[in-house]
Design a protein around this ligand. Structure first.
Ligand SMILES: Cc1ncc(COP(=O)(O)O)c(C=O)c1O
Length: 361
């Protein structure tokens, strides 16, 4: 099925606002369940290098050490790494560098910036909408065979669904660039699996694969802007050519180096395991609420809820001091959807009580 091209006649379904993000839902005095950035004291192995980098700001940034560190972390040569000002910059570089693609496809519901960046660069985007009824399962057969650029999130924001790596790998082929947004891959964990389950970050055998990573979520660095791209050297080089000079600042590079160290990766794994337990708690509490349905099987730092009248419930939550992310700005969702960040148990308990009160009223 051909998706909904940008700018096509919209019929009765309003076009979602792709430029809306959870940060604008947060306000003074509200508990933030809208933004999926972890809030925790910065570990000394990160705070130290960051602070030290401020003494070096008179020099232009040198990405080489950070590039080498990130490459070592993912067991790839440095030429297969491009540091970016957050994963968000990666979408823009892809959209700008790959202007020649003829049939770009974005798998939704997902983060809206990939499509927004493509549209801003003049691409006519097609959407493949995954089904809520099917747990937002990815069926590779839904992606048109001649799509020469495919963008998918894993785990996906806002559904929190983690697609099997093997299913995504099926989408890679010569003549196609396959972009996998792994901004939240470090939040996933599976019992008995030492690393990130279903990540393709270390795969060097898949043609046209580009993996985007973010360091802003788990490490609370949204304001610093640091992420990176991994892929074939020739493809990475094409993206690097359209990147503004010195796009990634010296402090951001220091953070990238620190976050690539084995100590940081081990800490990430421990955080992901704790998050899984907190998420199970949230899911168990939500399961007690009639009319609240969790879509698919959440695997990341947030869960997506379907509640009849969620748009009104969101406003009632705001009145009680809770900011949650509206779901209707994601293609494929609508007014009955909300996204909620996984937080500590005490916050979760208080949130679920507020939600229960609203639902009972
Ligand atoms: C799925 C997803 N990808 C990428 C990004 C961009 O992250 P960054 O802060 O690294 O630019 C976000 C931010 O919300 C996101 O949710």
């Amino acid at each position: 099925m051909r998706g909904q091209p940008i700018g096509a006649p919209l019929g009765v379904v309003p076009e979602p606002d792709l430029g809306h993000h959870g940060d604008v839902e947060v306000g003074e005095g509200l508990v933030d369940l809208a933004v999926n950035v972890r809030r925790a004291p910065m570990p000394p192995w990160l705070a130290g290098p960051l602070a030290a980098s401020l003494g070096d700001l008179a020099r232009y940034p040198d990405p080489a050490p950070a590039r080498a560190a990130v490459a070592a972390r993912h067991r790839r040569p440095p030429a297969e790494v491009l540091l970016t000002a957050g994963a968000a910059e990666g979408f823009v570089l892809i959209a700008q560098a790959l202007r020649g693609v003829r049939r770009p496809v974005v798998v939704h519901p997902q983060f809206t910036e990939p499509e927004a960046a493509l549209a801003a660069a003049g691409h006519e985007v097609e959407r493949v909408l995954l089904d809520a009824a099917d747990g937002f399962r990815l069926d590779p057969a839904r992606v048109p065979a001649d799509a020469d650029l495919v963008m998918v999130g894993n785990p996906t924001n806002p559904t929190s669904v983690l697609h099997p790596a093997a299913t995504i790998a099926v989408l890679a082929r010569p003549g196609r660039v396959l972009v996998v947004d792994e901004a939240f891959a470090d939040t996933t964990a599976a019992p008995g699996v030492p690393g990130e389950p279903e990540s393709l970050a270390g795969r060097r055998d898949l043609p046209g694969l580009l993996v985007l990573r973010s360091l802003t979520k788990t490490w609370g660095l949204a304001g610093l802007r640091i992420g990176y791209l991994l892929g074939e050297a020739a493809l990475v080089d094409r993206l690097a050519r359209v990147q503004p000079l010195w796009a990634v600042s010296t402090p951001a590079l220091a953070a990238a180096t620190a976050c690539a160290a084995p100590e940081a990766v081990a800490a990430e794994r421990a955080i992901a395991a704790g998050l899984a337990a907190d998420r199970d708690h949230l899911l168990a509490r939500l399961a007690t609420l009639p009319g609240v349905r969790v879509a698919g099987r959440p695997a990341s730092a947030f869960v997506l809820l379907e509640i009849p009248g969620a748009d009104r419930i969101r406003l009632a939550l705001r009145e009680r001091g809770w900011a949650v992310r509206r779901g209707d700005t994601f293609p494929g969702l609508g007014p009955d959807w909300l996204r909620v960040a996984v937080r500590d148990r005490r916050t979760t308990d208080a949130f679920v009580e507020a939600l229960a009160d609203i639902l009972e009223a």
